[in-house]
Write a new protein. Structure first.
Length: 174
């Protein structure tokens, strides 16, 4: 791996757009990693993966697709299903997804990894950083900065990609 290679946990196509542009501007060589067993139902996860593939194609980037395992994710948040959005359930979800990204980064020889989750105005970047910093190689990049969220909305429209209406899990659908 080159020193500036970075594995990017990509939650969806729309959030990846502005994040990719920022990483490229900052001199990173991103490889996208779709590992989102939190997304429900599986058909929704597949729609988001297809949107990510469209984005990756536009930027000529590689995508690594992890096997969908919603049951494992449910076990990781067990007891916190009814927490309000942004609470402990979300923290456990971040820990699940970032731990998977850290393991994949290590297995593939990446020294650095990050997540597109910080681009969303609905996500607490400080909480994501607190979880991520417990894992070796995590890069704290707040993709919300420099108008990232607004840029992601604009780029999604330009690319004509699917933009979801809820975070991902069945508990965030309401």
């Amino acid at each position: 791996m080159e020193a500036r290679d970075i594995l990017v946990h990509a939650c969806c196509g729309p959030c990846s757009t502005a994040s990719i542009e920022r990483l490229l501007e900052d001199g990173w060589n991103p490889v996208l990693y779709f590992s989102n067993s939190n997304i429900f139902p599986q058909e929704e996860a597949e729609r988001r993966y297809e949107a990510l593939l469209q984005v990756a194609h536009s930027y000529q980037l590689q995508v690594i697709h992890e096997r969908y395992d919603h049951e494992s994710w449910l076990q990781s948040i067990q007891g916190h299903e009814m927490e309000k959005e942004g609470g402990l359930r979300c923290e456990k979800c971040f820990a699940y997804n970032l731990s998977q990204a850290a393991a994949k980064a290590q297995a593939l020889g990446f020294s650095h990894f990050t997540t597109t989750l910080t681009v969303s105005r609905f996500k607490n970047s400080k909480l994501i950083f607190a979880v991520g910093q417990q894992l070796e190689g995590f890069e704290c990049i707040d993709f919300k900065k420099k108008g990232g969220f607004e840029k992601s909305v604009q780029l999604s429209k330009e690319l004509g990609i699917y933009r979801q209406q809820y975070c991902g899990c069945e508990f965030s659908m309401h």
